[in-house]
Design a protein around this ligand. Structure first.
Ligand code: GDP
Length: 316
C-alpha cells in the first residue's frame, strides 16, 4: 500500500529553502506534478490566519512541512528567541490548518539537535527527551520537539497518518553561504574558496576542530522524504542520516582540498564547539528500505560546483 498517489495535491511549505527545494525537485522528477508552494514574501507562515486561509483555499492532500527558521551555531546562540518563537509559530500555523482541513498526510521535518547533548552515540530515536539539550541550540530544538509532539498528538487524537523525520546536518545546492548565518559546511566552502582566490596563507576555523558531525546531502533527504511519505506510518520521528560522521578538522581538510587551498588551517577557540558529537543511528529508516547514497566527497564536489555557478547571485 502507498500513501502517496501521483494525482495528490502536495503543498511543500518552505519550497524555496534548502530542504524544501530539494523535495520539490525530487517530487517533480518522480512524476508528482500537482505541487503548490508560496515564498515567504507572499505568505508569512508565522501568520496563523493567513496560513489557515491559504491551506483551506488549496485543499492539499499532502503537506510537507519543510519551512523553518534555521541557522548555524552562531545564529542559534545569538538570536535564540527568534528561533523558538518563529519556529513554534510556523509549525502551529501549518499543523493547525492541516488538522482543520483534515489533510490526510503530513510530513514534519525536524533536526538532529532535538536529542540530548550527551545522548549515547550513534543517537537512537529512543533518546528523545531523556536528558538536557545542548545550550547553543536549545531554543530551536525545543520548538522542533514541540512539532514532533503535535504530530504524535494529532495521530493519537484524530487517527491521521501524520509522520515526522529528523534529518542530520544538511548541505547541498541552495544552501545559505552567508558566514553569519551559515552552518559549518557552506561557511567553510565559501571561506576556503575566498582564501584560495586571494591566495591567503591561512584560514581560521571556529572551535577546536574536535566536534564530530554527520552530513547528509539534501537530495538524499528528499529521496528519504518521498520514501517515507509512500511507506511510513508510525509515531516515532525517524532519524534520516548517513550513519557516518567526521570531525570538523577532517571536514576542513576535505574542503581545503576541494577548493584547492594549500595554506595553513588555524583554530579560533574563542568560538563555541557546540555538542561534541551528533551521529544518528539510522537502522530504523534503513529497515524501511531507504539508505543514503551520496558520499561526502562527491557531495562536496557537486555542492562546490553549484556554489561556483551561483556565487554571483547568492544571498550575501
Ligand atoms: P551545530 O551542528 O548546531 O553545532 O552547527 P554548525 O554547523 O554551525 O557548527 C558545527 C561545528 O562546526 C561547531 O563545532 C562549530 O564551532 C564548527 N565550525 C567551525 N567553523 C565554523 C564556521 O565557520 N561556521 C559555523 N557555523 N561553524 C563552524
Amino acid at each position: 500500500m502507498t500513501f502517496l498517489k501521483p494525482s495528490d495535491r502536495i503543498y511543500v511549505a518552505g519550497h524555496s529553502g534548502l530542504a524544501g527545494s530539494a523535495i520539490w525537485r525530487a517530487l517533480q522528477a518522480q512524476g508528482y506534478t500537482n505541487l503548490v508552494g508560496q515564498t515567504s514574501s507572499t505568505l508569512d507562515l508565522r501568520d496563523h490566519n493567513a496560513t489557515a486561509d491559504y491551506i483551506s483555499s488549496q485543499e492539499p492532500d499532502v503537506i510537507v512541512l519543510a519551512a523553518a527558521k534555521v541557522g548555524g551555531i552562531a545564529a542559534n546562540n545569538d538570536f535564540p528567541v527568534d528561533f523558538i518563537s518563529e519556529n513554534l509559530r510556523i509549525q502551529t500555523s501549518v499543523l493547525d490548518a492541516a488538522l482543520t482541513n483534515r489533510v490526510n498526510r503530513v510530513l514534519f521535518l525536524g533536526s538532529s539537535c532535538i536529542y540530548p547533548k550527551l545522548a549515547p552515540q550513534p543517537i537512537n530515536e529512543d533518546s528523545l527527551l531523556t536528558g538536557p539539550l545542548e545550550q547553543t541550540n536549545q531554543a530551536y530544538a525545543l520548538a522542533k520537539i514541540a512539532g514532533i509532539v503535535q504530530v504524535q498528538s494529532t495521530r493519537k487524537q484524530y487517527g491521521l497518518p501524520w509522520i515526522s523525520a529528523m534529518p542530520t546536518n544538511l548541505y547541498g545546492p541552495g544552501d545559505n553561504f552567508n558566514p553569519a548565518g551559515a552552518h559549518v559546511l557552506p561557511a567553510l566552502l565559501r571561506r576556503f574558496h575566498e582564501a584560495t582566490q586571494s591566495q591567503a596563507k591561512e584560514v581560521q576555523v571556529w572551535g577546536t576542530g574536535s566536534p564530530r558531525r554527520e552530513f547528509l546531502h539534501v537530495d538524499d533527504l528528499a529521496a528519504a522524504c518521498i520514501h517515507l511519505l509512500k511507506n511510513y506510518d508510525d509515531d516515532i520521528a525517524l532519524n534520516v542520516g548517513t550513519g557516518e560522521d567526521i570531525s570538523i578538522k577532517e571536514l576542513a581538510e576535505m574542503i581545503a582540498q576541494t577548493t584547492g587551498f594549500t595554506g595553513r588551517i588555524t583554530w579560533d577557540t574563542t568560538k563555541p564547539d557546540g555538542t561534541p558529537q551528533k551521529l544518528l543511528e539510522v537502522s530504523r529508516i534503513n529497515a524501511t528500505g531507504w539508505k543514503a547514497s551520496i558520499d561526502l566527497a562527491n557531495g562536496l564536489k557537486s555542492t562546490y560546483q553549484w556554489y561556483l555557478d551561483n556565487v554571483s547571485t547568492l544571498r550575501t
